[in-house]
Design a protein around this ligand. Structure first.
Ligand code: GLV
Ligand code: MN
Ligand code: MN
Length: 415
C-alpha cells in the first residue's frame, strides 16, 4: 500500500488554526516559548496528534513529542521544528515544520512497513523571545545546554523553572531530555526560507547546505539619570545616547568586514521618561557569520566598540554572552536523499545557506541533520506579513514526507 499523500486541507487548516493562537490586533502572532499562547499551541498539537492515534509526550526540557520517542533497539528518524515565535511574528516560522512533521508521521506510520520509526518533535523555545536562551529544547536534546550562571529568568521576570514546569518539563531533570545518538537515524527539518532567494530564482525547494553561527550579547549600560532641563550637556552620563552610538557601531561591523550581519533588535531604556536623562539601558547584540573564527572575532570587536563608546561617554558598560551557536554544514547524504526525492517528482531544487538559526543546527551535533526550505513571499520573516503560497507549503510538506519515507523504508539508506 503506498503512503497517503500530504493531506492539503488538513495541513492548511492546522496552519490557519495555529495562526490564531497568540494573534494580536496588529495581525501578528506573539507566542514566545513557554508563554500561555505557546502552551495553548502545544495543547492544540497534542489534540491533533492524539486524534490520529499517535502517542504524545513532553520531555524534561519541555520538548513536545508527537509520535513515539526514540527508544533502545531502533534508530528513529526525527522530523521537527518549533511552535514558539518572536514578538509580532508571522504564521509560519517554525510551526510549518512541526505541522508538516506531524503530517508525515500520520501518513507514514499508518503504512506499518517502515524499517525505522519516524516521529515528530516541537522543540521548546527556539526563538528565545521571552526566555533568553534560544534553542533551549534542541540544546537539551543534543546534550549541549550551557550551565546557567544564574537562575534562568525571562525578560518579564518569570523564572524559567516555573514556566518549564507549567509546560510539563522539569529543570532538575533536564539531562533526561538528552537523546542517545545510537537511537537516532537522522533529523530533518522543513522551514520557510525567510529570505528572497527561492522566490527570486523561481525554485520551489531549497536544500540547505550550511547554517550560519550566531553570538548574542546582553549589554547593560549604566549612566546617571538626571533632569532633562537642568542638567548641563557637558558632563552628562546619558545611557541612551551611548546606546544610540552603539547601535550604529554594531551595524557597521559587516560593512567593515567583521561578519555577515549584525543587529541590535532589543533595547530598553529606564526610566524611559520624556524629561529624564536615561540612566540605564539594556540591549541585545546579534552577530552572525558562516565562519566560526570570524564570528568570535566579530563578537570581540562588538565588545571593544561598546566599551570604547561607553568609556568616552562616562557610561559603565557590561557585556555578557547570552547565547551562541556554531555554524554547521548539513549532512551530505541527507542532502542527496532530499534531492533524489525531489527529482522523482521532477521538482527543481537549489542549494542554499541559511542566515537564520534552526534547531537542526543543534541536532547536527548528534545525528545527521538536514533542512528543506520553501519560498518566502517577498523574502520576509519575523514580521506579521511573512507568508508562503499554499501550493509551496503543500509541496514542501510532500518533499519532507517523501524523503522521510525513502530514509525509513526497508530499502532506504543514508548513502
Ligand atoms: C531564528 O529565528 C533566528 O533568529 O535565526
Ligand atoms: Mn525565527
Ligand atoms: Mn524558525
Amino acid at each position: 500500500m503506498p503512503a497517503q499523500p500530504v493531506n492539503r486541507d488538513r495541513l492548511l487548516r492546522r496552519l490557519t488554526e495555529l495562526a490564531q493562537i497568540g494573534r494580536s490586533e496588529s495581525g501578528g502572532v506573539t507566542r514566545p516559548g513557554f508563554s500561555p499562547a505557546d502552551l495553548e499551541a502545544r495543547r492544540y498539537m497534542v489534540r491533533e496528534a492524539e486524534n490520529s492515534g499517535l502517542p504524545t509526550a513532553v520531555d524534561a526540557a519541555g520538548n513536545l513529542w508527537l509520535g513515539p520517542r526514540p527508544h533502545p533497539g531502533t534508530t528513529t528518524l526525527v522530523l521537527g521544528s518549533h511552535l514558539d515565535t518572536v514578538v509580532d511574528a508571522g504564521p509560519l516560522d517554525g510551526v510549518y515544520g512541526v505541522v508538516s512533521a506531524l503530517e508525515a508521521v500520520e501518513n507514514l506510520t499508518s503504512l506499518n512497513l517502515l524499517a525505522h520509526p519516524v516521529t515528530a518533535i516541537a522543540f521548546a523555545n527556539e526563538e528565545g523571545a521571552l526566555h533568553p536562551q534560544p534553542f533551549w529544547g534542541s540544546l537539551a536534546a543534543s546534550g549541549q545546554m550551557p550551565t546557567p550562571t544564574a537562575a534562568p529568568t525571562a525578560y518579564d521576570g518569570t523564572l524559567l523553572r516555573d514556566a518549564l514546569t507549567q509546560a510539563g518539563g522539569n529543570l532538575d531533570a533536564i539531562d533526561q531530555a538528552r537523546l542517545d545518538p545510537h537511537q537516532l537515524l537522522a533529523y530533518l527539518e522543513l522551514h520557510i526560507e525567510q529570505g528572497p532567494v527561492l522566490e527570486r530564482e523561481r525554485i520551489p525547494i531549497g536544500i540547505v547546505d550550511a547554517i550560519v553561527g550566531r553570538v548574542q550579547l546582553e549589554v547593560e549600560l549604566t549612566g546617571a539619570a538626571a533632569h532633562a532641563g537642568t542638567t548641563p550637556m557637558p558632563g552628562r552620563s546619558d545611557a541612551l545616547a551611548a546606546a544610540a552610538e552603539i547601535v550604529l557601531a554594531v551595524e557597521d561591523l559587516p560593512a567593515a568586514d567583521w561578519c555577515q550581519v549584525a543587529t541590535i533588535g532589543r533595547l530598553e531604556a529606564a526610566p524611559n521618561s520624556p524629561n529624564t536623562i536615561a540612566g540605564l539601558v539594556h540591549l541585545t547584540v546579534d552577530v552572525r557569520d558562516a565562519d566560526e573564527a570570524r564570528l568570535h572575532q566579530a563578537a570581540g570587536e562588538a565588545v571593544r566598540r561598546i566599551e570604547s563608546i561607553a568609556q568616552r561617554r562616562t557610561v559603565k558598560a557590561s557585556c555578557t554572552r547570552a547565547a551562541s551557536s556554531k555554524p554547521v554544514l548539513t549532512d551530505a547524504a541527507l542532502r542527496r536523499s532530499i534531492a533524489a526525492a525531489a527529482a522523482r517528482r521532477a521538482v527543481p531544487t537549489l542549494p542554499l545557506t541559511s542566515g537564520a538559526g534552526h534547531d537542526a543546527q543543534m541536532m547536527a551535533a548528534i545525528t545527521p541533520a538536514a533542512m528543506i526550505f520553501v519560498p518566502s513571499i517577498g523574502g520576509v520573516s519575523h514580521v506579521p506579513h511573512e507568508d508562503t503560497s499554499p501550493d509551496d507549503l503543500v509541496l514542501g510538506a510532500q518533499m519532507l514526507q517523501d524523503t522521510a519515507l525513502a530514509l525509513t523504508s526497508p530499502t532506504g539508506s543514508l548513502a
